[in-house]
Design a protein around this ligand. Structure first.
Ligand code: FPP
Length: 259
C-alpha cells in the first residue's frame, strides 16, 4: 500500500491563527487593552497580505470566541465597535487585494449592526479568490461540531448515514481544506476551542510573539518549522521501517511509532 505520509514541500494550503497577546502588548506600553486590539487589527491586515504573497489560499483567524463574552462588558463592546471600524477602514483594501472574507461562528447572538457588517463584508468580497480569509467570530470548536450534528439531523440523515465525510459537509468551513498549520501567538500552549474538528492533523506552532508584533518574518518562522515536519497522518512515515515488518520489540524506535 502506498504510504500516506509525506515530507512537507509545498506551502500549507490553509493556516489557522489564534491571535493572542493583544492585552499584554498594550500593558507593556502602559496603554489600555483596547489599544492592543487595535494594533492587533493592523497586524492582521499585514499578515493577510503576507499570507497571500506566500501562495497560501486560506487563512482563518480567531477574532472573537464564544467564551470571550465573559470579558468585561467594556472590552466586549470595544471589540464589537473595533470590528465595525476595522471593516470600514480596511474592507476596500482587502477587496482590492483579492481577499474573500467569510465568517465562521454563531451570528444569531450578535447585534444586528455587527451581523450586518460581517455579512456585508462577505457579500462585498464574494467574487474574490486570491485568499479566503475566514474570520471566526462568536466561534467555538464544540459549537461547530454541535451545529453540524443539528443540521445533519435536520437534513434527515439517519445514524447509519453519518460518517466523518458526511458530517464534514455540515461544518461551518466546509468550503476550505483542513488547516495544515495552526499557529498560536502569545505564549500559551493550548487550542482554546478553535477548529477542533478541522485541526485533527494540523501541525501546531506556538510562539511567544505577541499578536500585534506578528508579521511576515514571524510567519516565515512558522513556515520554516512547518517545512521541517514530516506529516505522517497516522502512518509510520519515511523514517519508519517501510517494509511492514514490526521486528523484535528491542528494535522499535519510539520516535517512529507515534502519531
Ligand atoms: C486575544 O488577546 C485576542 C482577542 C480576544 C481578540 C483578537 C482580536 C483581534 C486581533 C482584532 C481583530 C478582531 C476584532 C474583533 C476586531 P488577549 O486580549 O487575550 O491578550 P492577552 O492574553 O495578552 O490579555
Amino acid at each position: 500500500m502506498a504510504s500516506s505520509s509525506q515530507a512537507v514541500q509545498s506551502p500549507p494550503r490553509h493556516v489557522a491563527i489564534v491571535m493572542d497577546g493583544n492585552g499584554r502588548w498594550a500593558r507593556k506600553r502602559f496603554m489600555p487593552r483596547g489599544m492592543g486590539h487595535k494594533a492587533g487589527v493592523d497586524a492582521l491586515v499585514k499578515v493577510v497580505q503576507a499570507t497571500a504573497d506566500r501562495g497560501i489560499g486560506y487563512l482563518t483567524v480567531f477574532a472573537f470566541s464564544s467564551e470571550n463574552w465573559k470579558r468585561p462588558e467594556e472590552e466586549v463592546s470595544g471589540l464589537m465597535s473595533l470590528l465595525i471600524v476595522a471593516l470600514s477602514k480596511y474592507l476596500a483594501k482587502l477587496k482590492d487585494d483579492g481577499v474573500r472574507i467569510r465568517i465562521a461562528g454563531d451570528l444569531d447572538s450578535v447585534s444586528d449592526k455587527v451581523r450586518e457588517a460581517l455579512r456585508g463584508a462577505e457579500r462585498e468580497t464574494q467574487d474574490n479568490s486570491r485568499l479566503v480569509l475566514t474570520v471566526a467570530f462568536n466561534y467555538g470548536g464544540r459549537w461547530d461540531i454541535v451545529q453540524a450534528c443539528q443540521r445533519a439531523m435536520a437534513a434527515g440523515l439517519r445514524p447509519d448515514q453519518l460518517d466523518e465525510q458526511a458530517l464534514a459537509k455540515f461544518m461551518t468551513m466546509n468550503y476550505a481544506p483542513d488547516p495544515d498549520l495552526f499557529i498560536r501567538t502569545g505564549g500559551e500552549v493550548r487550542l482554546s476551542n478553535f477548529l477542533l474538528w478541522q485541526s485533527a492533523y494540523a501541525e501546531l506552532f506556538f510562539t511567544d510573539c505577541l499578536w500585534p508584533d506578528f508579521d511576515g518574518a514571524e510567519l516565515d518562522r512558522a513556515l520554516a518549522s512547518f517545512y521541517a515536519r514530516e506529516r505522517r497522518f497516522g502512518d509510520v512515515g519515511t523514517s519508519g521501517e517501510g517494509d511492514g515488518a514490526i521486528g523484535v520489540i528491542e528494535d522499535v524506535q519510539p520516535s517512529s511509532q507515534g502519531n
